[in-house]
Design a protein around this ligand. Structure first.
Ligand SMILES: [Zn+2]
Length: 457
């Protein structure tokens, strides 16, 4: 017996991979069962009039730190996914922050915690990769954890040999290695030069120059070209970094990368005004770098936009008021990805709708092997949807943020374009400023083999 259609969303502009069309969708058992013009949509228990706003697949945030047992005062699966729902994110890939998630037991435990506390669906990263846990990579892949995090710098420094061994492992067994790419030697030497200028927040950015990223990305791409396997460069921030990734793609290396909303939004020249809240790694960069990031998103050099959501209690930020080294590194962002791309991308002519769709839904779904169940507005896909008002203006306020930390680096900004409703498997979890989802709705999504199409650009 086929169940009744539970939901119809009509009178929308549907953002499909083939373009924007008028019509609506129907949902049965949490999946999309019809995509049609309004007069051809089936009857449903609930009908929502989209009022000509844009309906697209929910976002997949491929890099967020929502739940670390040692830092539960920063964020947790419930607060983090409430915030995600308010940003149109329907699947989040949770990444370790300070506690290791590198064994089958730790993965099982995190899946259990996530399914108890999350409002939206989630996948998990394994990490941090080091000389001792590389052998666990195939075991974690069997559990549906196919993304692994490594660093070329502290606090989880792995040398080139460890990176090469881990790349060989993903080359053989699947999945991908995501690397925080800043060269440790460059960071050490440039920090030494700063002496006692640490009271100015911008010093943090000057002590971590673009060269650190350029060298580390170059090294990692070189390793991947000899081992094979899928290399993913975490949060790219510089012209040089984007160029190294693009060059790797051109020469057939399976390399992808991502960019964060804060690097698209702010320059390092704003750090002294913003204060220690603007500290993160890699740091804010120059205006020219920011322009290169927007260009990379448009041309395909950059494959997805991720939040790197990692806020902290405000005291841990303010600890850096007189010495930026003492401030927590990390900012909020999971709620702002879509807002930044609409306001500063679509509405300012820097980004097309088709690229917005790819970098927030389709390409992350393919990178994580979740496609087409996730990240796709097609028949049979999960009804993970976000309704977007592309022109409505909103002032971002601290009190408006649902995060446990209670502040946002975007405070006071006026952004144009926002998510108005979010659905996870057909269930409305967010509507016009209000979170309706409840903990326990989120389901673990095991990753499959990535389906990459490196454009060879
Ligand atoms: Zn991160």
């Amino acid at each position: 017996m086929t169940r009744e259609v539970e939901l119809v969303i009509k009178n929308a502009r549907l953002l499909l991979e083939s373009g924007m069309v008028r019509g609506g969708v129907a949902v049965r058992e949490g999946k999309i069962c019809a995509i049609a013009t309004d007069e051809h949509l089936p009857h449903a228990a609930e009908v929502i009039d989209a009022q000509s706003r844009i309906l697209m697949p929910g976002l997949i945030d491929g890099h967020a730190h929502l739940h670390d047992e040692a830092m539960i005062d920063h964020e947790d699966f419930t607060t983090g996914t409430r915030l995600a729902a308010s940003g149109g994110v329907t699947t989040v890939v949770e990444m370790p922050l300070s506690s290791q998630v590198d064994t089958v037991e730790l993965v099982d435990e995190k899946i259990k915690t996530g399914e108890r506390l999350a409002l939206i669906d989630f996948s998990l990263y394994g990490g941090m990769i080091n000389a001792d846990n590389i052998g666990n990579i195939p075991l974690l892949i069997e559990k549906g954890v196919e993304g692994f995090k490594a660093f070329t710098c502290e606090p989880f420094y792995a040398n080139a040999g460890v990176i090469a061994k881990a790349m060989s492992e993903v080359s053989e067994f699947g999945g991908h290695l995501t690397i925080h790419s800043e060269d440790q030697g460059v960071l050490e030497e440039f920090a030494r030069e700063m002496e006692d200028e640490w009271d100015a927040p911008i010093t943090h950015a000057l002590a971590r120059p673009a060269l650190a990223e350029q060298l580390a990305v170059h090294q990692n791409v070189s390793i991947a070209s000899s081992t094979g396997g899928h290399l993913h460069i975490a949060h790219i921030t510089t012209r040089e970094g984007v160029r190294e990734v693009a060059r790797g793609k051109q020469t057939g290396v399976e390399v992808t990368t991502e960019v964060c909303p804060h690097h698209l939004m702010f320059d390092r020249d704003e750090m002294n005004r913003l204060g220690p809240k603007s500290k993160m790694n890699p740091p804010l960069r120059s205006k020219q770098d920011r322009a290169a990031l927007w260009a990379g998103l448009l041309t395909g050099a950059i494959d997805m936009v991720v939040s790197d959501h990692a806020p902290a209690p405000v005291e841990k930020k303010e600890a850096g008021n007189d010495d930026i080294r003492k401030a927590w590194s990390g900012v909020d962002g999971i709620q702002i990805i879509l807002r930044v791309l609409l306001s500063e991308g679509i509405n300012k002519g820097r980004l097309s709708w088709s690229r917005l769709l790819r970098v927030t839904t389709r390409d992350p779904a393919r990178i994580f092997g979740l496609y087409p169940k996730k990240g796709s507005l097609t028949l049979g896909a999960d009804a993970d949807l976000v309704l977007v008002d592309p022109t409505k203006e909103e002032k971002i306020t601290d009190t408006g943020i649902l995060s446990k930390s209670g502040w946002t680096i975007y405070e006071g900004m006026k952004l144009r374009g926002l998510p108005v409703m979010t659905f996870v498997r057909g269930v409305m979890v967010f509507k016009e400023g209000e979170v309706l989802g409840t903990p326990g709705h989120g389901q673990f999504q095991p990753m499959g083999r990535g389906q990459l199409e490196i454009p060879g650009m």
